[in-house]
Write a protein that binds this ligand. Structure first.
Ligand code: ADP
Length: 498
């Protein structure tokens, strides 16, 4: 049962931007023709057909985020065509729609084109370091070693991520974004849905998976709720790609009571169903208390201000107009530093160059969360901080670039002096962002029980799994995770069933 406080937060979350921006995203996807029912994918079974006939598939994939869609495409391309994808919401894409930073990947063809030196080992090391060595080294190595392949695979599907930037905790430009620098999710999801439609892979929208079916040790199907009726889909393999639990306050606070009262960046369907279903058939859940809070979430609307904004030069200042931390440090540390500031918030401040170089900012602006002024002093007035303090903060920050000064907070990445002219600010504080723990898997995406043995017939990929990020996820690593392991699970299942 939720506490009163949680109820009020839940209301805020569901009435707030998380939901609104999901619906806005739905609108955008609808315009692109990727909404369920508009997609032109294979016709769904009618209720009558479904109720009368036993439905049997080689693989049922649950969830239409990046992991689920990629799994379906990869499985199909390896010859597994009797498959279906389920989505409980009325729109595709889950939280993947809101992925903003990009996809981290190393040794890619685009890095080579741009003379960026990188290595899979360095990527893996920085991922493990970012997670304070609590991630699973084998899963991390697998992700990094296969990241360049996933970038090429996406490119072959028409999803080109060749605009490369930096995210906190990484020393190399390896965060791959769409060519125009826009938020990755709104290119990724329509691109994957187009690939699904080209292959006529059926997706059943408004179809909620509720329970896995077991025969002996093996998973043999899944129970779904569709059109207010319950039915069982038989499957030789079930792939859970149901994402995280950020929109389920009760579950979040079960694992992390200290997060009661936080807003969430997650879409309303991120309710942790996959954890429950998997646990009920004996899968082990690991690191479930590792729930990432993101340091730059606008609180009234739950809008996530992408890390690329800081990577492009923005700074964080407190209510006194002072910087207080290395903005490019890892999310856990930046969030903790913010919570220590007066009022437990920060202003994300940037100039016109940052605004112009990061397409997502225009979206934040149209949502009404960006304060604008013609210079630093007027911006200070607009956000009610001391103008002299903000001016000297910006002067000291500029000196890192212009005079080679050493930053007192140790920032070395993404320091770009502010140009004169328009200045902007967004008020931010931490928000619940990503479930880093989850179903324990191996590099074949097999769901494992507490003895480390695979549960026959059950696979998982994406945010619903645990072990990759450890106790801190690096920005840009979720998209790498869902793409590498989404593609992988499709291929593994196709091979296992061939
Ligand atoms: P990932 O990034 O791991 O792909 P996402 O959050 O992007 O995860 O996508 C997960 C998708 O799974 C969402 O669209 C969500 O609505 C869907 N989903 C979650 N639970 C269920 C369920 N029980 N049945 C069907 N779909 C589900």
């Amino acid at each position: 049962m939720t506490t009163k406080m949680n109820e009020s937060i839940s209301k805020k979350s569901s009435a707030g931007v998380s939901r609104r921006s999901f619906l806005a995203g739905v609108g955008a996807l609808g315009a692109l023709g990727v909404l369920g029912g508009l997609s032109g994918c294979a016709p769904q079974n009618t209720q009558e057909e479904a109720d009368d006939a036993a439905e049997s598939y080689d693989a049922v994939i649950v969830g239409t985020g990046g992991a689920g869609l990629s799994a379906a495409i990869a499985a199909y391309d390896k010859g597994l065509t009797n498959i279906v994808v389920l989505e409980k919401m009325s729109a595709y894409g889950g939280n993947t729609n809101f992925s903003s930073s990009g996809m981290n990947a190393s040794e890619t063809m685009f890095q080579a084109d741009q003379n960026i030196e990188d290595s899979n080992d360095l990527f893996a090391q920085e991922t493990l370091d970012g997670g304070h060595n609590t991630g699973d080294p084998e899963l991390v190595a697998f992700m990094c070693d296969n990241s360049a392949g996933a970038i090429e695979w996406l490119d072959d599907l028409g999803i080109t991520l060749d605009n490369i930037t930096l995210t906190g905790g990484m020393s190399v430009h390896r965060c791959h974004r769409p060519t125009d620098g826009s938020a990755v999710g709104l290119t990724l999801v329509p691109g994957l849905v187009a690939a699904i439609n080209n292959r006529n892979i059926p997706i059943r929208m408004d179809c909620e998976a509720t329970e896995l079916v077991k025969d002996g040790d093996a998973v043999t199907g899944i129970v779904v709720k569709e059109n207010n009726k319950t039915k069982t889909l038989n499957a030789r393999a079930v792939i859970l790609a149901t994402g995280g639990m950020g929109a389920n306050q009760e579950m979040v606070t079960k694992y992390r009571p200290d997060l009661a009262g936080y807003v969430t960046t997650n879409q309303p369907g991120a309710t942790g169903d996959g954890y429950t279903m998997a646990e009920n058939v004996g899968a082990e859940l690991i690191q479930m208390d590792q729930i990432q809070i993101h340091p730059t979430v606008e609180q009234e609307t739950s809008t996530l201000v992408a890390e690329g904004v800081r990577g492009g030069g923005a700074i964080l200042v407190n209510a006194d107009g002072n910087r207080f931390f290395d903005e490019m440090s890892t999310r856990d540390k930046v969030s903790a530093a913010e919570l220590e500031q007066p009022g437990s918030f920060a202003w994300c401040v940037f100039d016109q160059q940052v605004y112009d170089n990061n397409k997502a900012i225009a979206k934040y602006d149209s949502a009404g969360i960006v304060k604008q002024a013609s210079d630093i002093a007027s911006l200070a007035e607009a956000i009610e901080v001391d103008p002299a303090a903000l001016q000297s903060t910006v002067a000291a920050y500029n000196a890192i670039t212009t005079d080679g000064a050493t930053d007192e907070f140790g920032r070395t990445e993404g320091c770009i002096a502010f140009a004169d002219g328009n200045m902007y600010a967004i008020k931010v504080a931490p928000g619940i962002h990503h479930a880093m723990g989850g179903i324990r898997i191996n590099v074949k995406n097999e769901a494992l029980d507490e003895n480390g043995n695979p549960i026959p017939g059950l696979y998982a990929a994406g945010e619903v799994t645990g072990g990759i990020h450890g106790n801190n996820r690096i920005g840009g690593n979720a998209v790498c995770d869902i793409e590498v392991f989404g593609k992988n699970v499709g291929e593994v299942v196709a091979e296992a069933l061939s």
